[in-house]
Each structure stands twice: as structure tokens, then as C-alpha cells.
Design a binder for this molecule. Structure first.
Ligand SMILES: [Zn+2]
Length: 298
């Protein structure tokens, strides 16, 4: 599933290639792709027509394009949003409008400039698009999602305090999008390895220094992954031009069970975690018995 770096790579591609353009047609090829658009596929197509895209924004794993109704060239303020969640396998692909339409294309947008079209392609159909009235600044359905570590509004001190008040293990806390958004299985495991912490350590047992170290590791790994174009696992994650990211080759633990830890050579272990897996180094990330802190001043 795409996490923050992958979605940010897509956002940057959209910012470069669709901002300032006006939607000519929006053809819904599979109604499931717009299931969160309450008025239905017909309304989606009709409402999208003629909208000018004025920006490309992101919070965590959600993307949205602020859209304005006025014609290009005239002053316009975007009030609404075209919201996108890529789900497990969603792609937003730009290309020659005349190229064949693959069977996994769910929604196709053409533009009034007759330039490259935009195709929402989604093999597993967990992703979705919706037009959100009044959502330009922040679509209301994602307002509960916490700022992500790359947003200017990310308050590190506040997140550190909230992290240390959680009653779960630290990996579960990192995956909780109401605490910090954009982090999934891959980057949680990588950040925990960098910070030298076992995933099951109670969040409430972290010292302030450990908590700061963990958030620094999260930022670092997200930044490096972004610079590498993200991580492409199963060829489903690609940028708007259909290219894969290459951070996969830099992963230290995720998906590397039995392979040597890049730091100490110990074989990486895989443990069951919430119906999925947690990868870690037994030597660098020992599972220590800890108790939750009693007070908050430690
Ligand atoms: Zn190690």
C-alpha cells in the first residue's frame, strides 16, 4: 500500500502536470471508484466537467486537488476538492489521450487543452475519488487525520507527548493515523530499526529521548524514500508517468526475513503483527521487558 512518500511523489507529479488545467470530461468506467461520491457516478461526471484544478495537496495518504468553477485566465478561488485515495493499488497516470484504455482504468479525465489525459487506474478497487464541496482547504472527511511529519503544521513536541501517552505498542501507535499520518507497515518497521527500538515496546514506556529519536527516524526514512521516488513492491505503485520508485533497495528490514541486518549482520526476524508482519533485527532491536511509566515526568 502506498505510504506518504509514494503519495507525495504522485502529488508532485499532479502539481506539475495538471494544475492550471480545466477538466473537459470525466468518464466513470467503474462505479466503485466513486462510491464515496454520494450523488453517484453520473453526478460525478457532470460536476467535474469544466472544473479548473488550482493545486495539488496531501495529508498522510490522501491527495486532493482544489478545484474552481471559473474559466482559466480569470481570477478564481477554489472552494471544492477532487479527493483521491489510492488504496492498495490506485494509480493516477498521465499520458497521450489516444493510448489504449487498460481494463483497470476506473475513471478517465480529459482536459480542454487536449493535452495528456489523467487516468485513475486501480486493479484491486480499494481506492476511490470523490468531489467534495467546500473541501479545497481540507476535505472534512479527512479532518480527523493527524498532520503528517512533512507538513509545516506537524508539532513534534505535541506528537511526542501524545505518543508517550498511548496504551499500545510503538508500532501500532505509529500506524494510528489520528496520532501521525502517512506511516504504514514499511516505514514504521524501517524507522523502528533506525531508532533501535522493538515494535512491541509500550509507547508509554518510551523516554522522551527515545520518542524524539523515533520521530527523527520517521522523518529521516520518509525523506530518503521520497528522494528515491518511493518504494515499489508489486509494480502497482508508480508515479504519474508510470515509473517505479527505487527505495526498495534501501530497505534495511522490511520484507527481508532471514537476510542480514545491514548494521550488524544478524538475520532479520519476522513476527506476526495485527494480521500482518513486523520485521526487525533481534540484536539491534531487542525485545526488552518494560513497564509503562508511572508518572509523566520521566
Ligand atoms: Zn542489527
Amino acid at each position: 500500500m502506498p505510504e506518504l512518500p509514494e503519495v507525495e511523489v504522485v502529488r508532485r507529479g499532479l502539481e506539475r502536470h495538471v494544475v492550471g488545467r480545466t477538466i473537459g470530461t470525466a468518464q466513470v468506467l467503474h462505479p466503485r471508484a466513486v462510491r464515496r461520491h454520494e450523488a453517484g457516478p453520473g453526478d460525478f461526471s457532470a460536476a467535474a466537467r469544466g472544473l479548473t484544478i488550482t493545486g495539488a495537496r496531501r495529508r498522510g495518504k490522501y491527495l486532493w486537488l482544489p478545484v474552481a468553477e471559473t474559466a482559466p485566465g480569470t481570477p478564481s478561488v477554489a472552494e471544492d476538492a477532487l479527493l483521491a485515495h489510492l488504496g492498495m493499488s490506485g494509480q493516477l497516470l498521465l499520458g497521450d489521450p489516444g493510448r489504449p484504455v487498460s481494463p483497470h482504468v476506473r475513471v478517465r479525465f480529459t482536459f480542454t487543452d487536449s493535452g495528456p489525459d489523467l487516468r485513475f487506474t486501480d486493479q484491486r478497487t480499494f481506492g476511490h475519488l470523490a468531489l467534495v464541496p467546500g473541501g479545497a482547504a481540507l476535505p472534512p472527511m479527512i479532518a480527523h487525520i493527524a498532520p503528517d511529519p512533512m507538513e509545516p503544521g506537524f508539532d513534534e513536541a505535541a506528537v511526542t507527548a501524545r505518543l508517550r501517552s498511548r496504551g499500545t505498542g510503538i508500532k501500532a501507535a505509529l500506524l494510528d493515523q489520528s496520532l501521525v499520518s502517512g506511516i504504514g507497515n514499511i516505514y514504521a518497521d524501517e524507522a523502528l530499526w533506525r531508532a533501535g527500538l522493538h515494535w512491541a515496546t509500550p509507547a508509554s514506556a518510551l523516554s522522551r529521548a527515545e520518542s524524539a529519536r523515533l520521530l527523527a527516524a520517521v522523518r529521516e526514512v520518509l525523506g530518503e524514500a521520497l528522494a528515491a521516488g518511493g518504494t515499489s513492491f508489486d509494480s502497482l505503485y508508480v508515479n504519474v508517468n508510470g515509473e517505479s520508485g527505487y527505495f526498495g533497495r534501501s530497505l534495511a528490514v522490511y520484507g527481508r526475513e532471514g537476510e542480514p541486518c545491514p548494521r550488524c549482520g544478524t538475520p532479520i526476524r519476522r513476527e506476526p503483527f495485527m494480521n500482518r508482519s513486523a520485521y526487525s533485527c533481534p540484536a539491534c532491536q531487542p525485545r526488552t521487558r518494560r513497564r509503562a511509566r508511572r508518572g509523566r515526568s520521566l
